[in-house]
Design a protein around this ligand. Structure first.
Ligand SMILES: Cc1cc2nc3c(=O)[nH]c(=O)nc-3n(C[C@H](O)[C@H](O)[C@H](O)COP(=O)(O)OP(=O)(O)OC[C@H]3O[C@@H](n4cnc5c(N)ncnc54)[C@H](O)[C@@H]3O)c2cc1C
Length: 392
């Protein structure tokens, strides 16, 4: 082999997309600009996701990106799911997280942990018409997730679930809920058991909807399980092995949150650049002041660093390379950068940035969630420290 042909084998930049990926991203960008952007302000004000949008997500194949073709999905890659979340979040992070939870948490858990019967029954519905939620958190257990109290009792021919889940994304829209319970609160993680619960199961109801600072169009609700009767066949994975379902799904899911924060940062930066080039003070556009130009340059640099981290870890996941540390780093850093950039974007807009007439005020509010859900920043630091320091 010549040196030249060896060089041809070297990986290209991580920012290079395949032709299919470019087409996929461009289609989503067009959809986000034409169909999502006009609704963003109203959805935020009313704290509601537009129902027609959810239908369009299904029609466009955004709700079953990785679902294999035999179950009616797009048979795409995890990387494509990440591109979709990034592009949607560039326009509205609430829309981004709906699609993110569906793909990286719910479908992912069904594909990975569901048996053939469950896959056949539920995956076609997820791809074509249903929305899903992933329910781990409770009032008393957030970071300490396996202190959860929702109880599952084996009643012979069915299971009975009792308890309450809190902070559940997509709660208002969902038809299917992955519910993490315990069969024995005294057994710690060894009692954790996962179920597939349909909205119509007896004893299941959606409770209070949270009134939030940001991602207001994304519903966040309580779930109530009051002697909820679940068929035997809706156990997901094995009894006592639900901790694996919960942890391994979240390990992948947090790459989706990193993509959400990346898209948000990109959206805020683009708005700031446009404004800085249009708004004049002292007889020239703001972007001509070196202080502003440098600020925008610093922001662009940080976004590129985040994009490299997010794309890298998504490619690692698709390649089957262990990615736990890189996923935690991407989630941690993307949420820090998103918060900083959204805040700076507000400042570049001056007083207008503080008003609801421009999109940066919303990006600023939306950015705060990145450091909280799917593991707070401290939880990411704990994972990174453990993996970097080896417990010493
Ligand atoms: C909008 C929204 C959507 C959500 N969607 C979902 C969902 O779909 N499904 C779901 O299951 N959950 C969801 N959550 C819940 C979310 O995952 C939790 O809020 C998060 O894990 C933090 O848990 P907590 O709120 O109980 O905070 P706590 O765990 O009480 O943490 C409070 C603070 O203490 C810190 N802390 C806790 N323990 C330690 C420690 N050992 N060392 C250092 N610091 C520590 C945390 O970092 C944090 O700063 C959502 C939350 C929100 C706000």
């Amino acid at each position: 082999m010549t040196i030249a042909s060896g060089r041809e084998l070297l990986p290209q930049s991580l920012l290079v997309l395949t032709e299919d990926e470019q087409l996929f991203r461009d289609n989503i960008r067009k959809f986000a600009e034409e169909s999502v952007r006009p609704l963003v302000k109203e959805m935020d004000e009313h704290g509601m996701m537009d129902h027609s949008l959810v239908e369009q997500f299904h029609q466009l194949g955004l709700m079953g990106i990785e679902i294999p073709e035999e179950y009616g999905g797009g048979a795409g890659t995890f990387f494509e799911a990440i591109l979709a979340v990034e592009e949607l979040s560039r326009v509205d992070p609430s829309v981004g997280v709906l699609v993110d939870v569906q793909n990286t948490l719910v479908n992912n858990a069904l594909i990975r942990w569901g048996n053939e019967e469950q896959r056949k029954k539920y995956l076609p519905k997820m791809a074509a018409e249903w929305v899903g939620s992933y329910a781990l958190s409770e009032a008393g257990s957030g970071s300490d997730a396996f202190a959860l109290q929702t109880r599952a009792e084996d009643k012979g021919d069915h299971w009975v679930l009792n308890g309450q889940k809190l902070w559940i994304t997509n709660g208002k829209e969902s038809n299917l809920f992955i519910i993490i319970t315990t069969v024995d609160p005294g057994a710690g993680y060894k009692g954790i058991t996962a179920f597939i619960v349909e909205k119509g199961f007896p004893g299941f109801s959606v409770g209070k909807k949270e009134d939030k600072l940001g991602i207001r169009a994304s519903s966040t609700t309580e779930l109530i399980l009051d002697d909820c009767k679940v068929p035997k066949e809706n156990l997901l994975g094995e009894v006592g092995k639900g901790y694996k379902v919960a942890i391994e799904t979240l390990n992948e899911g947090r790459i989706g949150i990193a993509a959400q924060m990346l898209g948000l940062a990109q959206g805020a930066w683009e708005a700031a650049v446009k404004y800085a080039q249009e708004r004049e003070q002292f007889g020239q556009p703001l972007s001509q002041f070196q202080a502003i130009a440098f600020q925008l340059a610093q922001m662009a640099t940080e976004i590129t660093a985040v994009r490299l981290m997010v794309y890298n870890v998504a490619r690692m996941k698709d390649a089957g390379i262990p990615f736990l540390k890189e996923a935690a780093m991407a989630k941690l850093y993307s949420s820090q950068v998103a918060e900083r950039i959204a805040s700076q974007a507000v400042e570049i807009f001056g007083g207008y940035g503080f008003s609801k007439d421009y999109p940066v005020e919303k990006f600023f509010r939306d950015s705060k969630i990145g450091s909280i859900y799917e593991g707070t920043s401290n939880m990411q630091l704990m994972t990174i420290a453990k993996l970097c320091l080896g417990g010493k």
